[in-house]
Design a binder for this molecule. Structure first.
Ligand SMILES: [Zn+2]
Ligand SMILES: [Zn+2]
Length: 332
């Protein structure tokens, strides 16, 4: 069956200059899977209508898309909660239950995110076990590479990496995400790509190379600690977004949300990391966690790494669902 390319990010004209995230699907049909064991329903003890409504009340509305921005350029149609459920995307279950991160090459120094922290973040965000596999030296793999014609840095071909990951897929994996600080390209006509994920095969590869301002020679006044924090923040954002795609999420067009697309780093920096109530419902349907517990775990992580703005976002949501619970009691 011919591959269907589902471009996420820049329009093709822009892509050649700047690159993009994209996903690719091997079929236009959603995967035909039996009902899974661990997922949630829309509402039950861990999430109810009142909590959902309270989160809708404080959800940040989208602003009118401007030329150059993702939604303006791509005109995506979105995916409602009902669309997602009808899509019958595979959900994690007792057999396929682990998110694997595969570092390609070493992560060391201030211009790399700490892999241990990425693991902790992903565990809190997805409420699932996350295992980091031993580092693989990419030079030992048969991955096509090239020298980028404009930046002259080495780039790896994503499709070769995805094929490799498909062969290495652990038997208990829900998904396998390779992470690298090497720059990537998806095909010769593209300048670069931040990452690529397959919704069907549950494999993906994401590069953190361009999250360091030095990559494009940009000046900044950040201390080494601040720089490292910025890189970790950007890396957590892309990791959660791209793994979200592996659960079958399309880009969100309903509210400001971690699943909004982004056309460039500036747009990515300006979008939030938290999920809107629609996408939170999808994630909960897939995994079946307690919403309050998830917020608390994320809050603990954000506080531990000094993401105080993210702590505030969580507090706002915890307060909203807490107030909705106290309203509940007072109505009895
Ligand atoms: Zn995306
Ligand atoms: Zn959303």
């Amino acid at each position: 069956m011919a591959n269907k390319y589902f471009y996420i990010g820049y329009g093709m004209a822009t892509v050649l200059l700047m690159g993009a995230f994209y996903l690719y699907m091997q079929s236009t049909e959603p995967p035909d899977q039996p009902a899974m064991m661990n997922g949630g329903t829309h509402f039950d003890n861990g999430f109810n209508q009142r909590m959902y409504d309270a989160l809708i009340q404080i959800a940040d509305t989208m602003t009118e898309p401007k030329p150059g921005e993702w939604l303006y350029e791509m005109g995506e149609k979105g995916q409602t909660y009902e669309d997602f459920v009808k899509g019958r995307w595979e959900r994690p279950d007792s057999k396929y239950r682990i998110i694997y991160l595969q570092p390609l090459g070493n992560f060391s120094g201030n211009n790399c995110p700490d892999v241990k922290l990425l693991q902790q973040f992903a565990q809190s965000y997805f409420m699932m076990p996350v295992t980091v596999l031993p580092v693989i030296d990419v030079d030992t793999l048969n991955i096509t590479s090239r020298k980028n014609p404009s930046t002259f840095n080495k780039q790896l071909l994503t499709t070769d990496i995805l094929d490799y990951l498909g062969l290495q897929f652990p038997s208990d994996a829900y998904c396998l995400a390779a992470i690298t600080i090497q720059d990537l390209y998806p095909e010769p006509s593209w300048n670069f790509v931040f990452g690529q994920a397959s919704l069907i095969r549950h494999v993906g590869v994401f590069s953190f190379a361009r999250y360091d301002p030095a990559f494009l020679g940009q000046q900044h006044n950040l201390s080494p600690t601040e720089l490292n924090k910025l890189i970790l923040k950007r890396s957590c954002k892309v990791l959660s977004h791209e793994i979200g795609h592996m659960f079958g999420f399309y880009h969100c067009i309903y509210y400001r949300c971690g699943m909004n697309g982004s056309n460039h780093l500036q747009e990515s920096d300006s979008k939030p990391i938290y999920l809107c109530p629609v996408c939170l419902s999808k994630l909960r349907y897939s995994i079946g966690f307690d919403v309050k517990e998830r917020y608390e775990r994320l809050r603990k992580f954000y506080r531990s790494v000094g993401f105080e703005d993210y702590v505030e976002e969580i507090d706002k949501r915890l307060k909203a669902i807490g107030d909705s619970a106290s309203n509940d009691i007072s109505m009895k």
